[in-house]
Design a protein. Structure first.
Length: 334
């Protein structure tokens, strides 16, 4: 099995960006180096973290980076510990004023660092973001994000809990002094970005998002259990864990939105369990507990879309039929 390598690029003091990227295939190395070398903003340092790689990719990558004279700091981890552990390690060594996280199999446009750094220097915000282009496996694309200004923490958290704020980290430049106050939970494998970003939003009061598309994210369906022919991957339970952590930490003024956010997150987990080939059989206890939790929720009091209310009524009153409908592959939303 090919081990993951975690990469972190950083921009040194003055105007600085730190980027963490992960990869599991040598094929992405050249594209990543090409994107970094093409950046019109060059005042950065790259922190490269080898997270127990066994395919020699890190040596190949480091060689290419040195050839392009890209400033790089190499850190070693004796065994594969996962993306969260690598990001924490990278944050410990970050020296620049701002940090940002990226994935090696995506595409960074040449003005990616320049536009974000320029906006950060101009606004002096703790968080600056841009838009991205999400490209699926069929080559179809959609824009992620939009221009926005948040002048208070309440406005920022409201946008987060109402799903108006993309949860990715690769479009967000964060002041290092803020970023280092939060650590990634290393035993969470899904939605670790979401939890980290929420904790960042709890620390800051202002943020700016520009309308420029500077990043191209190439999605991978992987282990999301949306395909009824796939087995359920237990790490998907992290969705529920993260939603509970966010809900329990939400401020009083955001309780209603936090409740709706929690409900929607749990519904995603519920559908994944039902759709998976072995979900209802091998995880019957967890499915029952999740069903009970959602049945007892106050979904009737939430401002949900009509289709969500219909779904809520179905799983509350016609549980068997609801499971058949979800397993049939219906994609009304989500």
């Amino acid at each position: 099995m090919v081990k993951l390598i975690k990469i972190c690029p950083v921009i040194p003091r003055d105007q600085s960006v730190f980027i963490l990227s992960s990869f599991s295939a040598r094929q992405y190395v050249q594209g990543f180096v090409r994107d970094m070398a093409a950046q019109t903003y060059q005042n950065y340092e790259l922190i490269l973290i080898d997270d127990g790689s066994t395919d020699g990719s890190q040596k190949h990558l480091l060689k290419l980076l040195q050839r392009k004279e890209i400033p790089t700091k190499m850190l070693q981890q004796s065994q594969n510990q996962g993306v969260s552990a690598a990001r924490n390690r990278g944050l410990e060594h970050a020296q620049g004023d701002y940090v940002i996280f990226s994935d090696i199999d995506d595409h960074l446009r040449s003005n990616y660092l320049a536009r974000l750094s320029e906006t950060a220097m101009k606004t002096q915000q703790d968080l600056v973001g841009c838009c991205a282009l999400k490209v699926n496996q069929k080559g179809q694309s959609e824009k992620i994000g939009q221009a926005a200004e948040y002048a208070t923490q309440k406005a920022l958290l409201t946008a987060f809990l109402d799903d108006q704020l993309p949860i990715n980290l690769w479009t967000k430049l964060i002041k290092r002094k803020v970023a280092k106050q939060v650590r990634f939970l290393e035993d969470i494998k899904i939605n670790e970005d979401k939890l980290y970003l929420y904790q960042i939003c709890r620390l800051i009061t202002k943020a700016t998002f520009i309308d420029d598309i500077l990043y191209e994210y190439h999605s991978n369906q992987g282990f999301n259990s949306r395909n009824p022919n796939e087995n359920f991957n237990p790490i998907v339970f992290d969705i529920g864990r993260v939603s509970r952590l966010i809900y329990s930490d939400s401020p009083h003024y955001a309780q209603e939105l936090a409740n709706k956010h929690f409900y929607r997150s749990q519904m995603i987990l519920l559908r994944s369990l039902i759709r998976a080939k072995d979900g209802p059989t091998n995880f019957s206890t967890q499915l029952h507990e999740l069903h009970q939790e959602l049945t007892q929720s106050t979904y009737r009091k939430l401002e949900l879309a009509r289709i969500e209310r219909i779904e809520g009524w179905l799983f509350n009153h016609l549980w068997s039929l609801y499971q058949i409908i979800i397993r049939s592959g219906v994609r009304a939303y989500g």
